[in-house]
Design a protein around this ligand. Sequence first.
Ligand SMILES: Cc1cc2nc3c(=O)[nH]c(=O)nc-3n(C[C@H](O)[C@H](O)[C@H](O)COP(=O)(O)OP(=O)(O)OC[C@H]3O[C@@H](n4cnc5c(N)ncnc54)[C@H](O)[C@@H]3O)c2cc1C
Length: 371
Amino acid sequence: MKEGKILIVGGGIGGLTAAIALRGKGFEVDLLERDPTWSVYGVGIIQQSNVVRAVAQLGILDDYLEAGFGFDHVEVYLPDGRQVAKIPAPKLAEGYPANIGIGRPALHKVLGDRAKASGANIRLGVTSESLKDDGAGVDVAFSDGSAGRYDLVIGADGLYSATRRAIIPDAPIPEPTGQSVWRYNFVRPDDVTCLCAYEGPMGIGLVPLSADRMYMFVTTPETPGRRFEREGLAAEMRARLRNAPPRISELTAKITDDDEVVYKPLECLFVDGPWHRGRIVLLGDAVHATTPHLGQGAGMAIEDSLVLADELAKADTPEQAFEAYQARRFERCRYIVERSRAIGDAQLGKGPPADTAGESRKMFEITAQPI
Ligand SMILES: Cc1cc2nc3c(=O)[nH]c(=O)nc-3n(C[C@H](O)[C@H](O)[C@H](O)COP(=O)(O)OP(=O)(O)OC[C@H]3O[C@@H](n4cnc5c(N)ncnc54)[C@H](O)[C@@H]3O)c2cc1C
């Protein structure tokens, strides 16, 4: 397919990178984002070396680096605070750091600005109400009463994807894992210059985001789906860090603002069967939502976007492109979802103990393979 009009449902990391990649191949792109304010929460994200390579292929690596913090190692610590490993991450983009920590709002701005500049037509506060695929195209009714016809539709609408429900009604639903993540931003101390990960039943980590910011994440066992009132959230997070190593305890005292705590119960999902039906295809969390234990969920969505655009530009039919896309993505995404879940289960005492350093080394080795 050398040309065509494509609708992307969802303006998150997957949808925006798909828009940039598809515009780069010359496709016409409309993108729908249902959130009229298009907001993201204010903590950060780790982009590992394979993601740095993918972002370089998208042509936006300099913007990323300017908005984030590059680093080349992962430091692993025991629960008592002793360092046990310093794992080098492969450098997959020549002349650039191996990994990047970046604030979600900063990342969203880079991707949103680039998607707009690429010529994608972005519509906020709008979603698709119905998708009718007649074999030659897809008729879409929008929530604002308007309508459109597209050659293809991409569902990049995340874990609770309505597009997935529409085309694969018997797909699995998101599964709560029994863990939640607590996150908080801090001023970055001089000694946090890479991801610092603490082993133990609670996964704790420090991630540099910029010259002056970093965030802490803490993964704790919680009743599946448990939510908290905003008032008292900082005290809840501090309580979970009571027996943390000294470096973490020093920071714990600074967790005081309920509004700055970002709490998220973890869920995962993997669609084992086809990721498309007819002219409609899924990417990112809509088909493979992982827990964050390997820091690769957004990375997989970004790689999906590159591979899908590549296959669409090469293939004669959507079917050929979608099958080739899934074949290139399936095992890699499955590995990330399954191993991330296994690390979480180990922390919960539900599976064999996880070797954090070994898992990180293996993840770097596997994801360094070409996509
Ligand atoms: C606690 C936590 C920490 C994480 N840390 C990392 C990390 O360090 N590194 C990493 O690579 N990944 C990380 N991830 C994973 C990463 O956040 C996700 O994999 C990534 O955001 C998936 O992108 P997506 O575009 O597929 O979905 P989303 O980011 O969920 O985006 C979906 C978008 O679609 C919109 N939408 C939904 N429904 C509709 C609709 N019907 N119509 C229109 N728009 C719609 C939503 O508003 C949203 O903007 C983490 C995840 C969690 C939960």
